[in-house]
Write a new protein. Structure first.
Lengths: 384, 328, 328, 384
């Protein structure tokens, strides 16, 4: 059973630039990808490491907050930091991102405030941040539906004339994130149809984390997931999702294609969800420790740390600062999440429509009146 | 006023044309709407005039059409999606219900969804399965959507322009059985106010109120003619919208007439008439001389063409209901 | 009778088990229903006992689940599909509405569709978006479907067995907020008659009729308790089904009490309460002392968890409506 | 514009056994397919020819009946007879077929009565025949939804133990027909997901007739359609859809795979809709005569006639008999379709449910009463 999860093409070659032990991988096949990371300095790598560490800390704190009853639910991203940070770091600021609901690492890179990221999970907001501020859309909970939104957005970018301008500050692309399970949904497949036919500048970034809640990838597909794109005429690639440099490189390639007018790309990042599906889930019911151990040894953060050390890019003072930064993040989350209040009751009716709607207006007025009246009635009600 | 006699379908064409002209971020999307001009020719000529990037022949996938329209809206475009027939909107139901309707709310108003979904709906044209249905109740129950249906060429023109201009998503239901009916349309009028949420008294009267929308307004008006000949004065209220519903106009009428019959093509069971009846009864309890009666489709799938005239609410069945109301 | 105290969820498990045992052509299909036993553990242990071919973990695609269940039905199998949460049924809406509901009719009765769609629905559990909705009206309007919702563990057990045995497709709505409530269940009783279409008087009374189903039956019963303490005798009718609706039972009650309040979690606007109010008013026009009033959700998407208790129909809001009815 | 319709991979090699001029095609690649038709005798070929000619005649008569107002609508199959008859003839009687709405040739082969085939188009029935009698499902009008029904049915066949028994009289498979446009629908793609994961015995038979109403295949895909299956791990093949022997051979291969437990296959039959989409359609609005002429020269019936003549399998007496049979079919259709009455009004309520439903029962009773009363009232109504 420990191997079942990785049945679908675990023997398929994937783009890898850094081995689990932190050594650079140099093959004839990955030469073009090596070129794409050649310009990254030690500082760039440390920045990615920082993003990954802060994302992991965010995850741990959020999980703890949920345990303490401060969040209704939380979906852990642990293990997927390389896929998220690597792809996220390849984006230009003007590129637009459609996450699913587990892309905390992407949000970290894009600069979405950590407290805002938890409003949804606290049950205080259905979204939580302003998408325009960071060109990062809200989380989408209905599996796969954002694939179409991303494709449509990319069709808008085409109409804005922001593809193939040759200006790296203007050319714009879209990245949509979804999981292995999501590939079974009609919407993801229709997204590929529309993207292919329109040659839309969108990257389909599938994190194959081996599980869709309790179902292994073998319940969704019988060939490696990255093959899916090819059937639609969308160039496709499988990448080691625990190798942040490889994820950066394949995303950079896909974005270059999109920016220059080459159209969509399908990326499968082969990774692992190290935690539970959400805090409501109990993975011991469906997967075994051997499998978890196997992947623990491939922890993406450890791998990048090893690379930094191997290349003398590790700096103890910097590491200590990062520790302190993570500490401060944790402290801030513990404090500020608790302080998030509840919206006023009337917020229930706000922004259902942009313009007045008679029924909403009446019901809002009715509830306000009712609440006012029953406020005074409290004692009477208790008597009942 | 420079009125022209136009068919209902052509009035929509002209409304779309006016929208495309006045805002270059307006797009039309759908199956066969380009070179063919749509199976009902409502978009005839528009691709030629506005190009393939603005009048877009999409892949054959309704969820894809609405889902990409949502994405386009996020990028600032205003898409008008054509669904080829009523029965083919359901593959898009998820995108409409869980995404289009809720995106603004989910974002606390930061994101706007100016998307129009045009659906030729209703029966009476002798069509095969899935081509004659009236799904309005399935949209009206979902908050975040506006659900409208014009009954005259002028309203068709005014309402499509208002729908395209609306910052809210609008389900725009076109009574396909009326497409070929003609009437005067003033194409130069300023954009009409309130046509997406104000009912219209299509004919004043004093003995009974007939509430209708879309295709059944004509039925109600014919019934009112027949009733007038018998000495009964029927007021006909054209709701125009089933979300929101302009209850003040209906209630005002029923308070005066004391009787109310609601007419729609959709099945009565769990249909829009239930909402109208419930609410009118709440507001007019002491004014009502009879319960609000409903005339509409039966709780059966839309039948074969050979039987549709027995299924649809006819003038006779409206008169029968009025008789029952009067003799209550 | 050998009653056991079981949770509501466990009563369904046992009903499914009994169905799997009594007919080997019964299958369960859904996401995570196998090894995990479903996110609510309703199918816990069933894959172990009946095998992977009968308790099937499907790909993550609701249209696929219902669409293949239809195909299986054509081959003589009886599938029980689990939809993980109310908000995730919409990708399957087309298959349910245009195929499942209409296949028998389309074939003039030559094809049978014994498919059950189980949907945990309703709110009050502090969940995120799409996990607390009440879509019953969206199914009840479509002919060909039966739409039911149990309110007690015994009914949950009886009704799931009846649903699986039914030759018609059944939308079986499970009030997830009640999953952990416990009550006596007689597992050995013979399959109950009429539980899919007969309402149940959950508490007799004489001054006002409270009509509810699923999660709100408990609310109505609590309200009846409070009213009793004040000297008002409320009758509580548990509809069990919203398609069909057992109007004779409701009408009989309202003719006696003269007052009626309908309570559901779904938005009131275009909700099931409208149908109940319209029809009860037609049948009880002269008996009614007040209009039928409705208590339910507002015309807004289901709100964030922090606000859901203001959104849901509370005992207090039911009492408020009864007060309004009594003082009409 | 004449070429636009065949843009998507018209240069892709496809399985062909008979050239447009009627000569057998012998290549190294088609050897296995040649083997699959080697056993077909002249009589077998004449039987296929007969099916195709009768299907064409059915089409012409139905079109004429529609013009005369006897049918509400009709969807012509002209040009697709080889794809339909060739695939249909490869089926075993116990195999089950899910047609779309244009598979009149498949219905011909399966033995669905010609008059029954027109009930739907007359507006007299939503279906028209008993699926069990010929193992042929009703037409499905919602594009693509039958792909899931077929897959589910095939999953039922698996559970019945009727795959891989080795008994050609028992092994059972399913064939589902759909068009090029349908490949864009989520349901067709989900069908491929479910079929692949379950290794279900189902053949996805896509007739790429170059058009989805007015949209050329380039609006649905940017690579040849048969590629689609491969992305799901479903073996895929493109066949010359106007070559009845090639269609027979690829379907026989796919069915053998399904019957023996090898799972699903995706077939793209490259063909052409020679007529309008339906009698409501006007193809002159979107395609040009040059394209139609190109395909008219590739008429599948002419091709089989040429083959029969080339191989001395043509027999003038037989051809005259076939003419007479076609005449008789036409005569029968013209007579019996006109005689199809309307169902009684009450049929509207029949079979909505299998068991009583209060609202249906009440409404049925109400309408009966109403019709009875208004019958007597007729004069009064006219007065109104
Ligand atoms: C349409 C829909 N169906 C079901 C669900 C319930 N659900 C939430 S997450 C999930 C599994 C998703 O798996 P995958 O796509 O692999 O993403 P992951 O959670 O592994 O990141 C399911 C079934 C949903 N959110 N939406
Ligand atoms: C869900 C759905 N959307 C739209 C339609 C309207 N429609 C009927 S046939 C057709 C084109 C189908 O094209 P294709 O799949 O290539 O099949 P063909 O008609 O060419 O045989 C369309 C859009 C439909 N029947 N169902
Ligand atoms: Mg996953
Ligand atoms: Mg086609």
């Amino acid at each position: 059973m420990g191997t079942e999860a990785t049945d679908v093409g675990s023997d398929v070659p994937l783009v890898q630039l850094v081995a689990p032990d932190g050594a650079r991988v140099t093959t004839a096949e990955n030469a073009a990808y090596r070129d794409r990371v050649a310009h990254l300095t030690g500082e760039d790598l440390r920045r990615m490491y920082r993003d990954m560490v802060l994302t992991r800390r965010f995850d741990d704190e959020a999980t703890a907050l949920q345990r303490q009853g401060e969040l209704a639910l939380y979906a852990q991203g642990k293990g997927q930091e390389a896929a998220q940070v690597g792809s996220g770091r390849a984006l230009a600021p003007q590129d637009y991102v459609f996450p699913s609901y587990r892309e905390h690492g992407v949000l970290q890179v894009r600069g979405v405030d950590p407290v805002d990221r938890l409003r949804l999970f606290r049950g205080e907001d259905h979204g939580g941040w302003d998408p325009a501020a960071t060109n990062t859309h809200l989380y989408t909970l209905v599996i796969g539906s954002q694939a179409l939104h991303a494709t449509g957005y990319a069709m808008g970018v085409q109409r804005d004339g922001l593809v193939g301008t040759g200006d790296p500050g203007r050319d714009t692309a879209v990245v949509v994130y979804f999981g292995d399970g999501a590939t079974s949904q009609g919407d993801v497949n229709e997204g590929l149809v529309f993207a292919a036919v329109n040659n839309a500048p969108v990257v389909f970034f599938c994190q194959n984390n081996q599980w869709a809640i309790s179902e292994p990838t073998t319940r969704q597909a019988r060939v490696p997931i990255y093959k899916r794109g090819e059937g639609f005429g969308v160039p496709s690639v499988r990448v080691d999702g625990n190798d942040v440099l490889a994820c950066y490189a394949v995303t950079a390639e896909a974005l270059e294609r999109a920016h220059s007018g080459g159209g969509p790309t399908f990326v499968e990042a082969f990774t692992y969800r190290m935690g539970a599906h959400t805090t409501s889930d109990d993975p011991t019911r469906y997967r075994d420790r051997a499998e978890e151990d196997y992947w623990r040894k491939r922890d993406p953060i450890d791998r990048l740390a090893a690379l930094l050390r191997a290349e003398d890019a590790w700096d103890d003072a910097w590491a200590a600062e990062l520790d302190a930064e993570a500490e401060a993040l944790g402290e801030r989350l513990r404090r500020e999440v608790r302080e998030l209040g509840a919206p006023p009751t009337s917020a229930m009716f706000d922004e259902v429509y942009a313009t007045p709607h008679a029924q909403v207006d009446e019901e809002r007025a009715w509830l306000a009146r009712y609440e006012e009246e029953t406020q005074g009635d409290e004692s009477q009600e208790v008597a009942r | 006023m420079t009125a022209q006699k136009l068919t209902f379908a052509r009035a929509i064409t002209e409304g779309l044309r006016a929208s495309l002209e006045s805002d270059e971020r307006v797009l039309l999307m759908g199956e066969d709407i380009g070179r063919l001009g749509g199976v009902f020719r409502v978009t005839d000529g528009l691709q030629k005039d506005f190009g393939e990037d603005r009048v877009v022949d999409t892949p054959l996938a309704e969820s894809g059409i609405v889902g990409t329209a949502i994405g386009l809206a996020l990028r600032g475009y205003r898409s008008v999606c054509e669904i080829q027939f009523d029965g083919f909107v359901f593959p898009a139901f998820d995108q409409i219900t869980t995404q289009l309707a809720k995106m603004r709310y989910r974002s606390r108003g930061r994101l706007e969804m100016p998307v129009v979904i045009r659906i030729p709906y209703g029966g009476g044209i002798g069509a095969v399965e899935h081509h004659s249905e009236s799904p309005e109740a399935l949209f009206a129950h979902t908050a975040g959507l506006r659900v409208v249906s014009p009954s005259t060429p002028q309203d068709a023109y005014d309402m499509i322009r208002a729908a395209v201009a609306s910052p809210d998503p609008v389900i725009y239901l076109e009574p396909k059985g009326r497409y070929w009916s003609k009437d005067d349309v003033d194409l130069d009028a300023a954009p009409a106010e309130g046509v997406l949420d104000r009912a219209r008294v299509a004919r004043p009267g004093s003995d009974v109120t007939l509430v209708a929308y879309g295709p059944t307004v004509a039925t109600a008006l014919k019934a009112a003619d027949a009733l007038a000949a018998e000495g009964t004065s029927a007021e006909v209220v054209d709701l125009r919208a089933v979300s929101p519903i302009d209850f003040p106009t209906v209630v005002d009428s029923v308070r005066r007439t004391g009787r109310c019959v609601v007419v729609h093509e959709a099945p009565v069971f769990h249909g829009v008439g239930g909402e109208v009846a419930a609410r009118v009864t709440e507001e007019c309890f002491y004014a009502l001389e009879a319960p609000v009666l409903r005339v509409g489709g039966f709780h059966a799938p839309y039948p074969v063409a050979k039987l549709e005239h027995d299924y649809l609410p006819s003038v006779e069945r409206v008169l029968d209901a009025v008789d029952r109301s009067l003799s209550f």
